[in-house]
Design a protein. Structure first.
Length: 208
């Protein structure tokens, strides 16, 4: 399979970026990380990208009046880097997806959507809400991104238990371990042409 140029959008620590980079280096993910775009100047993911000599750019959300202007600048950077697939990796802002990237933007969310999703549900906020809800299970979801927060068609999910003595932090670690499996798997399925969007559902096709 040929290598696909991907752009990674992030706002935080860059743990998901590191996971994807390790999968690539191990030969398990046929991608070239062509560009990392951060929406925040203090995002740890920027330094992680620089350490791996991955091209990176800052598009500070605070410098734009609306989602359209911000997203337009993000798209300009992705086009310049000749990106074919966009991966959201802890990106906390709405990305208004241009026509050329529709069906080519994947996201990872640290809960079982449609539960605990939408505006404001990211990072530890999600795990606190799960703990406070009394839910016995949580997990992670990989959807295709749309222009509505966490409402895109779901590619796959992985489930973990919520234990009686869990804290938001212990839940987060258990969920992240599954994210490290789920996101690369979903990306591989996309790159193999095995995902077909059918309305609100994604059909996983058998290997060719």
């Amino acid at each position: 399979m040929k290598t696909t140029r991907v752009g990674i959008l992030l706002s935080g620590s860059g743990r998901t970026l590191e996971n994807l980079a390790r999968e690539r280096e191990a030969g398990r993910l046929p991608i070239e990380i062509a560009l990392v775009v951060s929406s925040r100047p203090d995002a740890g993911g920027l330094e992680k990208a620089r350490r791996r000599e991955i091209p990176c750019a800052l598009v500070d959300r605070r410098e734009f009046d609306d989602d359209a202007g911000f997203s337009g600048e993000v798209t300009r950077r992705l086009r310049a880097a000749e990106v074919d697939l966009v991966l959201l990796a802890g990106f906390v802002h709405l990305y208004v997806i241009p026509s050329e990237y529709r069906g080519k933007v994947l996201n990872i969310h640290p809960a079982l959507l449609p539960l605990f999703g939408g505006p404001g549900f990211y990072g530890m906020r999600v795990h606190r809400a799960v703990r406070e809800s009394g839910a016995r299970f949580t997990g992670c979801t990989v959807p295709y991104a749309t222009e509505v927060y966490d409402a895109g068609p779901i590619v796959l999910q992985r489930v973990v238990p919520v234990l009686d003595d869990d804290t938001p932090e212990t839940i987060a670690e258990r969920v992240f371990a599954e994210e490290c499996v789920a996101y690369p798997e979903a990306i591989r399925l996309h790159l193999e042409g095995r995902l077909r969007i059918e309305g609100r559902r994604v059909r996983v096709l058998p290997p060719r």
